[in-house]
Design a protein around this ligand. Structure first.
Ligand code: TRP
Ligand code: SF4
Length: 330
């Protein structure tokens, strides 16, 4: 039997951080053998919020592809491409917009929240309102079976399914496929200051740190505030650093750290040192690959070129059918 197909995208609005690495990228890597995976850079989606300052998009597109390859997304297994290389996404977006009732978009919780969050960016645009239709086009144009996404994206996927059902109701059963979700688990880690790790809070640990910037960031990280001095006992469950140990440190060491923290026999500086070593151990092969790709940009261009030509052919299969049932010349 053919493998089921997966489609997912990331908006290129900046470099990727440890939250992406732990929550999204490790999952994407693990899905590559079981599924046919199409992973793309959602650069048009990035424009919905970055249209005033679009230079970030091209820069982070390159950074993100390099990061994908360096953490183990393998162009021999997965199709890697850029959304804007496949113009049919935009055509399909337009056609789907014809049948999508406006209230479906206006009640979208992500629309309401993000508009509030990004007030300074003036998101009262048609493009931003139509964001989920473009996302539906991205997914459905490839007849995706499943979409790995975070919980925050569920309303978009539900809307995608609603649009598919409406399309099939109007133009004919089973023309488009309803995708299911694969939920990616958000890691419990927080940023340097204890708040959610996010580039808008300026508290992130990037995947592409250097050994010295990693050390500096971890050393400045807030720990259990009860530990004003080394002799004060702490509680790993109240420590903003400890969840990182759960992601990078083996269970035996963790079982030593916990009581040592509670009895004040280990200090935060020492505890942080162990964490830094472990992150470094896991990420240094990634860092080496990042350095390699930075000087082999032609490889990146080649991967994007090949990915786009495959994706374009696959998209065209759907578009021919869609144009035909919508009364357009094919
Ligand atoms: N909206 C998604 C996000 O912000 C990105 C995205 C765009 C996407 N198109 C997609 C994700 C299609 C999955 C499938 O994370
Ligand atoms: Fe956190 Fe480690 Fe300090 Fe305990 S010893 S408070 S776990 S950094």
């Amino acid at each position: 039997m053919d493998k089921e197909r997966i489609v997912s995208g990331i908006r290129p609005t900046g470099p990727l951080h440890l939250g992406h690495y732990l929550g999204v990228l490790k999952k994407w890597v693990s899905l590559q053998d079981e599924y046919e995976c199409l992973y793309f850079i959602a650069d048009w989606h990035a424009l919905t919020s970055e249209y005033r300052d679009p230079a970030i998009i091209e820069k982070s597109t390159k950074d993100i592809i390099i990061t994908w390859l360096s953490v183990g997304i393998d162009p021999k297994k997965a199709v890697i491409f850029r959304q804007s290389d496949i113009k049919a996404h935009a055509e399909f977006f337009l056609l789907l917009s014809m049948i999508t009732p406006l209230p479906w978009l206006e009640r979208n919780p992500t629309y309401k929240e993000l508009k509030e969050e990004l007030k300074e960016k003036d998101l009262g645009t048609f493009g931003f309102l139509g964001y989920p239709i473009l996302q539906a086009a991205d997914i459905v144009i490839y007849h995706a079976d499943k979409v790995p996404i975070g919980e925050d994206q569920l309303p978009h996927l539900e809307l995608t399914r609603e649009i598919v059902r409406r399309f099939n109701y109007i133009y004919g059963d089973k023309i488009l496929k309803e995708p299911k979700e694969i939920l990616t688990q958000a890691p419990k880690i927080t940023g340097l200051d204890g708040k959610k790790m996010s580039k808008s809070y300026n508290n992130t640990i990037w995947i592409a740190e250097t050994p010295s910037s990693l050390r500096e960031k971890i050393m400045q990280m807030l720990t259990d505030t009860k530990r004003g001095a080394k002799k004060d006992p702490g509680e790993p469950d109240d420590c903003n650093l400890y969840p990182l140990h759960e992601c990078f440190t083996d269970i035996n060491t963790r079982q030593e750290i916990k009581p040592a923290c509670r009895s004040a026999t280990i200090g935060c500086v020492e505890c942080k040192g162990i964490l830094i070593d472990n992150i470094e151990k896991e990420l240094s092969p990634v860092w080496d690959k990042i350095e390699y790709y930075k000087t082999h940009m032609a490889t990146i261009d080649d991967i994007l070129y090949k990915g786009a030509s495959y994706a374009r052919d696959q998209a065209e299969i759907t578009m021919e059918r869609v144009r035909s049932v919508m009364g357009l010349k094919t």
